[in-house]
Design a protein around this ligand. Structure first.
Ligand code: ZN
Length: 309
């Protein structure tokens, strides 16, 4: 199975269009140790021809150009795409708006939780993906299903499971508990190659590693995980946004309540951070935070990084 990080950044990407923080200034200036990052998405393929996207970011058009496997080629018909399916983990702008890039009457299948499909149905702009060629299929929770699209069986299954988190920012209801979030608003995914049984996890948004998630991940071969923040308060400290990680539904990397500590006893063979916010000091390849993450066995994901499983 081939797994390609299309975008390793969080919402806004790196640099973010309106951000002049130290990290964004450094990456704009081309300083050594800083790589630009597009917004959150992965692609996976069992046969190298047919691909599933895990989330569709606003940078999808650029990501397809950066990853030629995702563009038509050779003897393909005049209109064709290797992208046969898209699995969406929540309704975040950085995870659904790339669907609009996939208009132009190209058949594929969109998989999402009942909640996410409801969001797509309520926003009529997504009707540019005509139901006559783009099928929308509900992802059941905790039940693996075969991934199919445009007449292809991808040789992969997806199992969606709820993780701690929060409803998308633009859907928040301030009057309700946890802003109106319910189970299924934030999903983790387990993708399994049917033939080999090899599997990886993709969890780009997660507010905490509870006992259920820890037991699910224990001994996993490969996990791509929420790397939004280094510290709970870093966006406030840097004057970027008056919100903590907890408020945004994202666990931080460091500290006793962070993901580095939570994963330490789980025996995960390969751990890769994705969905990394531009405020995170671990983006700097020469920072002490990067050294600390790497010393704990983590890799900081980069765009176009490929992992074979
Ligand atoms: Zn910034």
């Amino acid at each position: 199975m081939r797994i390609r990080i299309l975008g390793s950044g969080a919402g806004g990407g790196f640099p973010q269009w309106n951000c002049n923080c130290a990290n964004c200034r450094a990456v704009r200036a081309g300083e050594s140790g800083f790589l630009p990052r597009t917004q959150s998405s992965l692609a996976a393929s069992a046969n190298g021809h047919d691909w599933v996207l895990l989330n569709a970011s606003p940078d999808l058009r650029r990501q397809i150009e950066q990853n030629p496997e995702l563009a038509p080629s050779g003897n393909d018909p005049v209109r064709a795409s290797p992208i046969k399916a898209v699995v969406v983990t929540n309704g975040d702008v950085d995870h659904v708006t790339g669907l609009l890039t996939l208009r132009e009457a190209q058949p594929f299948t969109v998989y999402g939780s009942a909640r996410v499909l409801e969001v797509l149905a309520q926003n009529r702009i997504f009707n540019v993906l005509s139901p006559s060629c783009v099928e929308r299929r509900e992802l059941p929770l905790d039940t693996p299903i075969a991934l199919k699209g445009a007449g292809a069986d991808l040789g992969l299954s997806v199992e969606a499971f709820p993780v701690l988190g929060k409803i998308a920012l633009w859907l928040e209801d301030a009057l309700k508990a946890n802003f109106g979030s319910v189970e299924g608003d934030t999903l983790g995914l387990k993708i399994t190659e049917s033939e080999s049984g090899k599997a990886f996890f993709y969890i780009p948004g997660c507010a905490g590693v509870d006992a259920a998630l820890a037991s699910r991940l224990r001994g996993a071969a490969l996990v791509f995980f929420d790397g939004t923040l280094w510290r709970e308060n870093e966006m406030i400290e840097q004057g970027l946004l008056g919100k903590t990680g907890t408020r945004m539904g994202h666990i931080n990397m460091s500290g006793p309540d962070g993901s580095i500590a939570a994963f330490a006893p789980l025996g995960v063979a390969r751990k890769i951070y994705v969905h990394i916010n531009n405020s995170n000091p671990a983006l700097n390849a020469f920072s002490k935070e990067r050294r600390e993450a790497e010393a704990a066995g983590w890799a900081v994901g980069e765009d176009a990084m490929e992992v074979l499983l």
